[in-house]
Design a protein around this ligand. Structure first.
Ligand SMILES: Cc1cc2nc3c(=O)[nH]c(=O)nc-3n(C[C@H](O)[C@H](O)[C@H](O)COP(=O)(O)OP(=O)(O)OC[C@H]3O[C@@H](n4cnc5c(N)ncnc54)[C@H](O)[C@@H]3O)c2cc1C
Length: 409
């Protein structure tokens, strides 16, 4: 059975960042990847996707974007190419085409079964992705026959959907999809629950420049009042187009029909919550607070944006009328840790951890929302998290070595 100090599962940016930090400390390791480096960017992103984060924010341990367009936004293909180059440049020990089928604790370490053999290691890093599986609400099973359901992981472009109207459920990445579908000439309805309103630019700069400079994205997990809540905040409502804000006002002016959260489907009729005005008012309020934080950092007051204008929103939509041919479920993602047989999951199957350190010694996780910082799920968040987890992991290996020495003497 081959052995190494650390098995990293997944060669996305998190696994590669962790690998770079382990290499810097000369910790022997391997990255097991079921497909290719950056698999999720190759296989689970729609054609037009652009990162929401500007190129200058594409930073990894020992890597900083040096291209000609620091204020642009990488395409999914561009991210995949960047990560493949990074893996090559950092000589990451990736075993591609190797699917991990189980991880079990054994002999003070872990036995990792794959479809290419078995590994043994005292430490394991789970970097298999927070957004591995799209989540859809239970009511999705009540959608009448004849309507196509698709998730963002499968959606590629408007041309791939049957002709007709589209109901997009979810207003985070859902705003990007609603915008694209509407521009393709389709009637679009967008069902909106809790969301994080964000202008693309503020005070003449990309909003992410301000969030970065003012330290908002660096806020640590042990500094927030309600970590559970912070970890469940939806992702930012942004579109990766320079200077162009696509918010609910822009969509509604363009002709997208806005409704409240999809609350139920009864006898083929989609029922929407009447809470849209409240949900929008709350998002406006939170945006105002965020801009206040930025202004306090900048020392002067900046502009304010028009409140979200909510016109009368329909409370029901007959899905059998033929008006809607497709529902896009932009309702979030979850990790897939079905192969993890170590008792570190709660009863909902979520991994329990303290800043990426699990209660099972030597078992770590990367890339989850607010793992150690507000930016933990962003590419830019991996460097800091990986450095700190590597320090913890190195301490664990040292302790194991010390124990072995003591028992040998
Ligand atoms: C639609 C979308 C847009 C995003 N936009 C941005 C953005 O603008 N800016 C930004 O910074 N971040 C963005 N993110 C967030 C984040 O950067 C990505 O989710 C990123 O892919 C997460 O990296 P990761 O390394 O944690 O996981 P992944 O990239 O998902 O990598 C996990 C890897 O593990 C492999 N794997 C999984 N299971 C196994 C197994 N059992 N055995 C072996 N290998 C396995 C997978 O094949 C995959 O290659 C976005 C995410 C999504 C979903």
């Amino acid at each position: 059975m081959p052995s190494t100090n650390t098995v990293i599962i997944g060669a996305g940016h998190c696994g590669l960042a962790m690998s770079a930090c382990l290499t810097a400390r000369s910790i022997d390791h391997v990255i097991l990847e079921r497909a290719e480096v950056a698999n999720s960017w190759r296989t689970q992103r729609w054609d037009s996707l652009r990162l929401l984060t500007p190129n200058w924010m594409t930073r990894l341990p020992g890597y900083q974007y040096r291209g000609a367009d620091p204020d642009g936004y990488l395409s999914a293909r561009g991210v995949a190419a960047m990560l493949a180059d990074y893996a090559h440049a950092s000589a990451a020990p990736v075993r591609t085409g190797t699917t991990v089928t189980s991880v079990r604790a054994a002999g003070g370490g872990y036995v990792v079964h794959t479809d290419q053999g078995v590994w043994h290691a005292p430490t394991v890093v789970l970097a298999s992705g927070a957004a591995a599986v799209p989540t859809t609400p239970g009511l999705a099973r009540l959608v009448p026959a004849g309507i196509t359901s698709v998730t963002p992981a499968r959606y590629r472009s408007p041309a791939g959907l049957p002709p007709g109207g589209v109901l997009v459920v979810g207003a985070s990445s859902g705003v990007q999809l609603a915008d694209e579908l509407h521009r393709s000439g389709r009637p679009v309805t967008l069902a909106i629950g809790e969301h994080v309103r964000m202008p693309r630019t503020y005070r003449g700069r990309d909003i992410l420049w301000w969030l970065d400079a003012a330290g908002v994205l660096d806020q640590r997990y042990d500094e927030v009042d309600d970590l559970v809540r912070a970890r469940n905040v939806p992702s930012m409502q942004l579109v990766g187009t320079p200077g162009r804000t696509v918010d609910l006002n822009a969509l509604s002016s363009a002709g997208v029909r806005l409704t409240g959260r999809l609350a139920g489907i009864q006898d083929g009729v989609a029922q929407f919550s009447g809470s849209l005005p409240n949900v929008c008012a709350l998002a406006d309020l939170k945006l105002g607070r965020l801009l206040d934080t930025i202004d306090a950092w900048a020392g002067t007051a900046g502009e304010r944006f028009a409140p979200t204008a909510v016109r009368t929103a329909p409370l029901g939509l007959d899905l059998r009328s033929g008006e809607i041919s497709t529902i896009v479920w932009a309702t979030g993602y979850r990790p897939d840790l079905s192969w993890l047989h170590v008792p570190v999951l709660d009863r909902k199957g979520r991994i329990v951890h303290d800043g990426g350190v699990t209660a099972s010694p030597g078992l770590y996780v990367m890339g989850l929302p607010f793992l150690r910082r507000r930016k933990s799920t962003l590419i830019d968040g991996a460097a800091g998290d990986a450095a700190e987890l590597t320090a913890h992991l190195a301490g664990h290996l040292d302790a194991l070595a010390g124990r072995r020495e003591r028992s040998a003497s």
